[in-house]
Design a protein around this ligand. Structure first.
Ligand SMILES: Nc1ncnc2c1ncn2[C@@H]1O[C@H](COP(=O)(O)OP(=O)(O)OP(=O)(O)O)[C@@H](O)[C@H]1O
Length: 281
């Protein structure tokens, strides 16, 4: 669905996006993860035809994105972080207007409103909407024309846990229908739950690309944490595959003096810090 080869781009004379190569298959949820300013939105803008003066290739749905024509957008849905909506129109009027820009059969608007919990608010003017409501409206606006590829930028940001769960369920539903989804996020838990593969992006480059599971298994060793009492509670840890080398642990087991013991797998966030040397915020 998407094929990026030797992609380079810069806003200034200094190269910024450099040597980026990846492919996204149909039906895949592919995550762009990276700290603020890493280049995630810039990459999304290139893939969606909003930035065209790049070198290399970015093929989206069989079209080189810089050479796109209007039909390109018939099959792409954009939910960028800042909602683009008409505040003086109602939510329903907004979807009617945006829907009129497409030359294809639209999805059932009312069903979309109900899916994201806006069923009773569709006739309210958008300026009466909260930030989270606008964000949900912007999301269904991206689904309205039933596009094959969805570009979602921080779709769960600012949502309460229940709305965030609904949003993630809808994203998974779209994937199961065969839609391809590019998800940009700072949220490692969302990425680990939703994405088939993720690319760690730092300073305009891809630092690692794999499934969340493979990244976690290849880079981080599972640790065993245990505690015991010696005037106060002492907590220690050792790699799970090196327990026989930890004489303190073996002594404690023999003397039956462990207070607690459990294994802890690294998280995607731990791996991100290990691979890139940086946190996500
Ligand atoms: N129109 C522009 N002109 C010049 N520089 C820009 C422009 N847009 C973005 N940049 C710069 O490019 C870099 C990458 O920005 P980008 O928006 O792609 O980052 P990001 O990874 O999406 O960050 P965030 O997570 O904060 O949204 C930043 O240093 C930013 O200041």
């Amino acid at each position: 669905m998407i094929k990026v080869e030797n992609l380079e781009f810069s806003y200034t004379k200094k190269p910024f996006i450099k040597d980026i190569n990846f492919e996204v298959k149909k039906g895949e949820i592919f995550g762009f993860l990276g700290p603020s300013g890493a280049g995630k939105s810039t990459l999304q803008k290139i893939l969606t035809g909003l930035i065209t003066n790049y070198s290399g290739s970015a093929i989206v749905n069989h079209t080189e994105s810089k050479n796109h024509d209007d039909r390109f957008y018939e099959n792409i849905g954009l939910d960028f972080e800042f909602p683009s909506l008409y505040e003086k129109l109602t939510a329903r009027q907004n979807l009617k207007f945006f829907g009129s820009l497409y030359n294809k059969k639209l999805r059932d608007t009312e069903e979309l409103f109900h899916k994201v919990g806006l069923g009773y608010d569709m006739d309210k003017k958008v300026f009466e909407y909260s930030k989270g409501m606008k964000s949900r409206l912007n999301f269904i606006k991206a689904l309205l024309h039933d596009p094959d590829i969805l570009f979602l930028d921080e779709p769960t940001s600012g949502l309460d846990p229940s709305n965030s769960r609904d949003m993630k369920n809808i994203i998974l539903e779209e994937k199961h229908k065969g839609k391809t989804i590019i998800l940009t996020t700072h949220n490692m838990n969302d990425a680990a739950e939703l994405c088939d593969r993720v690319a760690f992006i730092v300073d305009g480059r891809v630092k690692a690309l794999d499934t969340p599971h493979n990244l976690i298994m290849s880079k981080g060793a599972t640790k065993l944490k245990y505690s015991y009492y010696d005037k106060k509670e002492i907590i220690r840890q050792c790699p799970l595959n090196k327990t026989v080398e930890d004489s303190k642990l073996l002594d404690l087991i023999q003397q039956n003096k462990l207070l607690s013991i459990h294994s802890s797998e690294p998280t995607l966030n731990d791996i991100f810090i290990e691979v890139t040397g940086r946190g996500l915020q």
